[in-house]
Design a protein around this ligand. Structure first.
Ligand code: NMX
Ligand code: MLT
Length: 435
């Protein structure tokens, strides 16, 4: 059977031809005007990047290589007895655009298990972090330190031909993904005093091992949740802060560990991945303030008080989406199947029926609907993973899949250094003075 690396090698000449043809036919066509407001407005809507793994539609949400979340839930191989897709399959899809066989997915599980060990000095580095250092800072520190053993950095120093870049980058990306469970598990156990890390089981899949390292794998339902979680958080086209950062840093030929370490620092921001922590904090604060089983009126007032305090309602709104995030819907469906009448899940549902109305009335947010982060914490909390400061680490484990897939293609296709043009306000005033 073909391995992922062999398949990528076969696809590279095909992709190079495709890109050549698209550029020859469309290279000189304009996407439309660039408005000065877009420079000041966080570049919203500015077409600026090539990203092959997924494309986001404002109304429909994400498609991974053209497939919606329900479609990949249906099409990707599962674990024995499981019903959620294995993220190994999603990675294969992100990289190749093809649905892998069960055997190919199983081979990836084995390959990643074999690569999972982290260097002793990284273990020590994590063990010496104070438990007060945020898990995301520890995560980015450890991922950056993996650069010590980067195949690409070494090959570059030895004068590798640029046509060959993708090979060691592929190996680094596989190592990166494979090592994240041991890093995440170690951080979790160190910070929350959860005892010693068990060994990776080479007969089990990636999500089972991750869940086991955290100490929860005896419950098959949370293992299934982890498979869904890692799958749906993996990629959200290229413009989001973490994906774009990974691509940008990789474009300087920084190796995948340096590039993804940088991506994690972006994911750690409260307007991006940290929002999953913020949502649970906010829900618990609300519960404390207005009690369990509070009335809709009390919830509505609490939402207004958040807005009036000059804060955002975490988990709501999006820079691109204009409808409920299908990743929210997938998690809600999982919760409906597994969570029963968990009080926090009920509160999440109640908030969903109230917040969009309030945000619309407040009249600022362009999208009043929930995003992925509005639901993830409640699910993890239900299964006993209640330490919300850790939640973004799991988002980060997943986001490595999307960033890694693109880093492989960027180096295979010879993507150039990113270097857009910037202007000062003075320069803009001068340029457009008489226009
Ligand atoms: N609560 C309160 N105000 C909001 C919200 C919200 N959930 N969403 C947008 N706004 C405000 C926003 O702060 C801005 O205010 P101002 O003009 O005073 O600066 C105004 O509405 C217009 O913002 P938009 O153009 O709708 O949103 P933008 O594209 O700038 O930002 C987010 C997108 C996601 C940063 C924003 O919706 C937000 O802060 N949401 C809450 C945090 C969150 O859930 N982030 C997670 C996103 C998903 N992820 O994992 O990365
Ligand atoms: C993501 O998954 O990266 C977030 O939804 C943010 C985004 O797409 O901008």
């Amino acid at each position: 059977q073909t391995t992922l690396k062999e398949r990528v090698a076969e696809l590279i000449p095909v992709e190079l031809e495709k890109v050549k043809a698209v550029r020859a036919e469309h290279g000189s066509k304009a996407f439309g005007p660039v408005l000065v407001d877009q420079l000041y407005g966080g570049m919203r809507g500015l077409p600026a990047l090539i990203w092959d793994g997924s494309v986001l539609d404002a109304e429909e949400g994400i498609r991974f290589r053209g497939k919606t979340i329900p479609e990949i839930q249906d099409a990707l191989p599962k674990a024995p007895g499981g019903s959620e897709p294995l993220p190994e399959g999603l990675f294969w899809l992100l990289v190749t655009g093809e649905i892998p066989t069960q055997e190919q997915v199983d081979a990836l599980s084995k390959d990643w298990a074999a690569r999972a060990a982290i260097p002793e000095f990284v273990e020590e580095l994590l063990d010496r972090c104070p438990p007060t250092l945020h898990p995301m800072s520890q995560f980015s520190l450890a991922v950056t330190a993996l650069n010590h053993d980067s195949n690409f950095a070494k090959a570059y120093q030895q004068g590798i031909n640029k046509k060959e870049y993708w090979g060691p980058v592929f190996e680094d990306c596989m190592d990166l993904i494979a090592k994240l469970p041991n890093i995440a598990g170690r951080i979790y156990r160190n910070v929350y005093g959860r005892g010693k890390l068990p060994a990776i089981d080479p007969t089990k899949d990636y999500s089972w091992n991750l869940t086991n390292l955290l100490g929860f794998a005896e419950n098959p339902a949370i293992v299934e949740l982890m498979r869904l979680y890692i799958t749906i958080h993996s990629d959200h086209e290229g413009g989001n802060v973490s994906a774009h950062t990974g691509k940008l840093v990789g474009s300087a030929l920084s190796d995948p560990f340096l590039a993804f370490g940088a991506a994690l620092n972006g994911l750690a921001g409260p307007l991006h991945g940290l929002a999953n922590q913020e949502v649970l904090t906010w829900l618990l604060k609300m519960q404390k303030a207005i009690g369990e089983n509070a009335s809709d009126e009390a919830v509505r007032e609490y939402v207004w008080s958040t807005l009036k305090g000059g804060q955002v309602v975490p988990g709501y709104g999006h820079a691109v989406l204009r409808k409920t995030d299908p990743r929210y819907t997938a998690q809600r469906e999982f919760a409906l199947k597994h969570l029963g009448d968990d009080p926090l899940f009920k509160l999440v549902g109640q908030v969903y029926s109230i917040v969009p109305d309030v945000l619309l009335q407040a009249g600022k947010a362009k999208n009043p609907w929930p995003n992925v982060d509005a639901h993830s914490g409640v699910l993890l909390n239900y299964y006993g993973l209640s330490e919300m400061q850790f939640y973004t680490v799991l988002f980060g484990v997943s986001r490595a899949f999307g960033v890694a897939a693109q880093l492989i293609w960027d180096r295979a296709l010879g993507a150039p250094l990113e270097r857009p043009k910037s202007y000062s306000t003075e320069a803009i005033a001068k340029i457009f003075k008489n226009k």
